[in-house]
Design a protein around this ligand. Structure first.
Ligand code: KG4
Ligand code: ZN
Length: 371
């Protein structure tokens, strides 16, 4: 259940030693960063625990954080080859996220800061994603238009520097990752849905089903994905086979299956083409809106981060779209796309370098805004 993310190694550069904890949703993660050198980045995934429910169950998530955090802390410190007493500052995600999950990471970081007499930094989870494309370059933050695409958020942000953010647009309903997860659930695929849909879409025809590109020409930088999800829902009964009643019997399983609206796929090629068409519809909107927003904001650089930015179709189409528009493009490295503590450590490091610290009395905020 514990996935160990291989550390990213930059050139050895001295700098403050920072330990960061991320528990905003369903990954328990701890990272140790010295300057720009990532010494450890541990992620304990809870996917198996939430899979039976087809989504994250908050109480299950917080129990897992409680269970895994101490072990992960021990392992991160050991891998980094440091002692907790050497750490110069402790950071945690302060929001947005699930309240009961955020509390565990923030309490642990505050306790360590208090115990070792070091500063505490509460980091906005979205800022962690937003700055993550710059982690690998090891340099400063260049002005850019940033697309954050995760399970909880779809945001376009004008970034002028650390802590200087202007929201250009956001989803008015489902986040892009949420749409992947919900459609995957409808199709009887596993959780999280993004990687499952991407896997099923491989080799599929993205033009077979004409699915909506909502708000493509809305004239603003907002997104909407719930119409697309509904379009897939209405399409399903036409494509899939409803399990038929067995001759003369009303067996309970078939009844339940029918009442839940669960269908069996007609054949693999339909599923493949449907996944490819859905994926292409999401990607088309993300690419078009991002390119338009970057042009309108007169930015030369586009950055993309968050769990959905793992998606290879998004990476390929965004690269194409930006190239055509003469825009430079930075993606977060794949191991920094889904939730992790390295991105929280990096954001905390940039803020610490500006002399920032968060009072220990600051509470977590499940609805914390980026700007
Ligand atoms: O950033 P993240 O780990 O957590 C949040 O902050 O929400 O993003 C998780 C989301 C999930 O909705 C998951 O389905 C989606 O990212 N995701 C993907 C892929 N990998 C993860 N979506 C599309 N394609 C992928 N390969
Ligand atoms: Zn996230």
């Amino acid at each position: 259940m514990v996935n160990i993310t291989p550390p990213l190694h930059h050139s050895i550069a001295p700098g403050p030693l920072l330990l960061a904890i991320e528990t905003s949703c369903d990954e328990t993660a701890i990272a140790v960063l010295r300057g720009r050198e990532l010494l450890a980045s541990e992620v304990a995934s809870q996917v198996a625990a939430h899979q039976p429910y087809g989504g994250v169950v908050p109480e299950v998530a917080s129990r897992h954080h409680l269970q895994h955090a101490p072990r992960l802390l021990e392992r991160a410190v050991e891998l980094a080859g440091i002692s907790l007493g050497e750490v110069d500052a402790f950071a945690a995600t302060g929001g947005p996220g699930l309240a009961s999950s955020l509390m565990i990471g923030a309490s642990l970081a505050k306790g360590l800061a208090l115990g070792f007499g070091k500063p505490y930094l509460a980091i906005n989870h979205l800022e962690g994603h937003l700055l993550s494309p710059f982690f690998s370059s090891g340099g400063g933050i260049e002005p850019n238009v940033s697309l954050i695409v995760s399970g909880g958020h779809t945001l376009l942000v004008e970034v002028n520097g650390v802590s200087d953010y202007r929201i250009l647009g956001r989803t008015v309903d489902d986040a892009a990752g949420e749409a992947f997860d919900k459609v995957a659930k409808m199709l009887g695929l596993g959780y999280p849905g993004g990687p499952e849909i991407e896997r099923c879409a491989a080799g599929g025809d993205p033009n077979r089903f004409d699915l909506p590109r909502s708000m493509l020409h809305s004239g603003d930088a907002n997104f909407s994905f719930s119409g697309l999800k509904t379009a897939v829902r209405y399409l399903l009964p036409k494509l899939l086979v409803i399990p038929t009643e067995r001759e003369g019997s009303h067996d309970a399983t078939s009844e339940l299956v029918r009442s839940l609206g669960v269908f069996a796929p007609m054949d693999d090629s339909v599923l493949r083409d449907l996944c490819a068409s859905f994926q292409r519809a999401v990607v088309d909107v993300l690419v078009a809106k991002t390119v338009t927003a970057a042009r309108a904001a007169r930015r030369k650089l586009v950055t993309v981060s968050g769990g959905v930015s793992c998606n290879r179709e998004l990476r390929a189409q965004m690269s194409l779209g930006c190239e055509r528009a003469g825009l430079e493009l930075h993606f977060a490295e794949p191991q920094l796309c889904t939730d992790n503590a390295a991105m929280i450590a990096f954001a905390a490091m940039l803020r610490r370098e500006r002399g920032e610290a968060t009072p220990l009395t600051t509470e977590i905020n499940p609805n914390l805004a980026l700007a």
